[in-house]
Design a protein around this ligand. Structure first.
Ligand code: 5GP
Length: 188
């Protein structure tokens, strides 16, 4: 690896970003997830400080005002933000931070970190995405509708990304993401 680079992974909610990243992490020891902050409620199986830093709205606002976020957005009614401290800590350790982020955040990170490599994770179709979001069953019907609406906009933006991985089946998509990230880290 020449130098650590920031890897941006984006794509609609339910496309499988988290699953694919989890599949690639054990294979590439130089990668480390930059843990975001959010105000959304914690889902079953999630842990504070592992999946997100779960903050109440006042604390999120305080940190936003203090300039602690590289970017932050409202997504499906909740706030999400990339902590500068996470990116800095991972880079200082000589590793490559990977951020899992929605479209507006991906654009903002690309803007502030020009060498970042962006990967779009695409579902095979909108119908399949809907089925996955419904199966996940952790979100209300209203939240699912909001996420689907946002997905249409996100899918239309896939061409802005350096790479696209279509998540048709998980093992193949993990291999594809690994190949893309390996190239990005080695061909810097
Ligand atoms: P979820 O609630 O399903 O965990 O995440 C909803 C969306 O927020 C996903 O598209 C996820 O990638 C995105 N997201 C997670 N962390 C961040 C962040 O720090 N910044 C931005 N802009 N989006 C984020």
């Amino acid at each position: 690896m020449n130098r650590p680079r920031v890897i941006i992974v984006s794509g609609p909610s339910g496309a499988g970003k988290g699953t694919l990243i989890a599949g690639v992490l054990p294979r590439l020891s130089c990668l480390e997830v930059a843990i975001s902050a959010t105000t959304r409620r914690i889902r079953p199986g999630e842990r504070d400080g592992v999946h997100y830093h779960f903050l109440d709205p006042d604390e999120f606002e305080r940190r936003a005002r203090a300039g602690e976020f590289l970017e932050h957005v409202v997504y499906a009614g909740n706030r999400y933000g990339t902590l500068r401290s996470e990116i800095d800590r991972i880079l200082a350790a000589g590793r490559a931070p990977i951020v899992e982020i929605e479209l507006a955040g991906a654009r903002a990170v690309r803007e502030s970190i020009p060498g970042a490599v962006s990967v779009f994770i695409s579902p095979p179709s909108l119908e399949e995405l809907h089925a996955r979001l419904a199966r996940r069953a952790t979100d209300t019907a209203e939240e699912i509708a909001a996420r689907l609406e946002t997905s249409r906009v996100e899918l239309a933006a896939r061409d802005e990304f350096d790479h696209t991985v279509v998540n048709r089946d998980i093992p193949t998509a993990i291999d594809d993401l690994e190949a893309v990230v390996t190239r990005a880290l080695c061909d810097g």
